[in-house]
Design a protein around this ligand. Structure first.
Ligand code: ADP
Length: 228
C-alpha cells in the first residue's frame, strides 16, 4: 500500500468567460498514491487538462479540498507551488513545454539543475527514447514526436515524486510509444513515483493500476466494455 501523495475531495472548478459559465469539475474525489499509475480517459472537453492543472497548482479550485504531500492546498502559497513544480511534481503538457531558445541538451540540463540534480541522467534518457542525436537541436528543429520525447526526458530527469502527463504518447508512432511506458513504470517501481496519465493509448492504460474515466465532472471506474 502506497502513501497518499495527492488527495482531492469534492473538488469543483468552473470557467466563466463572460458569455457562459462552464461547470467542468463538480465534486471530484480522488487519491494518487506513491508507487501507482492511474490512467485517466474521457472525451475531449471533459476536464482532463483542468484536473492536471489543479493538481499542479496552476489553477485554483472553486471548492472542495486538495491535499498535497500531506499539506492542505489552502496553506500553500504561490512560492510553495513553484517549489513543488520545481522539485516534486512534473507535468508533461501536450505541447511539450520545452524552452525554445535552448537546445534539447540544455533544456534537459536546465530542468535537472533546477531540481538540484546532475544532468548526466539526461543523456541515458535521451538514448533510451532514441533521440540522443537531437541533443544539439532546438525544439523547433524537432518533429512532434521528438519534441514529445525531449519533454518526457525533461520531466523524468528531475526525478519527481508525482508525474502528471497529458497524452504522453499522443505524438508517437506505435514502436516509439512502446519505449515510453518503461520510463513511467521504472520510476514507479524504483522510486515509488505516483503517475497520473491522461491517455487514449490502450496498451499504456492497460499497464496502469487503475483506469478512471472523467465524466460529468467526476471520476468513475472505467468500463472498457461499455466504451468499445
Ligand atoms: P480536456 O482536457 O478533457 O479536453 P479541458 O480541461 O481542456 O478538457 O476543458 C474542459 C472544458 O472547459 C471545455 O469545455 C473547455 O472549453 C473549457 N475550458 C478550459 N479552459 C478554459 C478557460 N481558460 N476558459 C474557459 N473555458 C475553458
Amino acid at each position: 500500500m502506497g502513501i497518499p501523495l495527492i488527495t482531492a475531495s469534492a473538488l469543483r472548478k468552473s470557467y466563466d468567460n463572460g458569455r457562459e459559465h462552464i461547470n467542468v469539475l463538480s465534486g471530484l474525489s480522488f487519491t494518487l498514491q506513491s508507487g501507482e499509475a492511474v490512467a485517466i480517459v474521457g472525451p475531449s472537453g471533459s476536464g482532463k487538462s483542468t484536473l492536471l492543472n489543479l493538481l499542479n497548482g496552476l489553477l485554483i479550485p472553486d471548492g472542495g479540498a486538495l491535499n498535497v504531500f500531506g499539506v492542505p492546498s489552502s496553506e500553500l502559497t504561490e512560492k510553495d507551488w513553484a517549489e513543488l513544480r520545481r522539485m516534486r511534481i512534473a507535468t508533461l503538457f501536450q505541447d511539450g513545454n520545452l524552452i525554445p531558445t535552448l537546445t534539447v541538451a540544455r533544456n534537459v540540463a536546465f530542468r535537472a539543475g533546477l531540481a538540484g540534480l546532475h544532468e548526466h541522467d539526461g543523456e541515458a534518457l535521451l538514448a533510451q527514447l532514441d533521440i540522443a542525436d537531437t541533443a544539439n537541436r532546438y525544439p523547433d528543429q524537432l518533429s512532434g514526436g521528438q519534441r514529445q520525447r525531449a519533454a518526457l526526458t525533461c520531466a523524468f530527469v528531475m526525478q519527481p515524486q508525482v508525474i502528471l502527463a497529458d497524452e504522453p504518447t499522443g505524438s508517437l508512432d506505435y514502436a516509439t510509444a512502446q519505449k515510453v511506458a518503461p520510463l513511467f513504470f521504472d520510476a514507479i517501481r524504483e522510486r515509488g513515483v505516483g503517475a497520473l496519465i491522461v491517455t487514449h493509448n490502450p496498451e499504456l492504460a492497460k499497464r496502469c493500476d487503475r483506469v478512471l474515466e472523467l465524466r460529468e465532472g467526476a471520476l468513475h471506474p472505467w468500463d472498457s466494455a461499455m466504451s468499445s
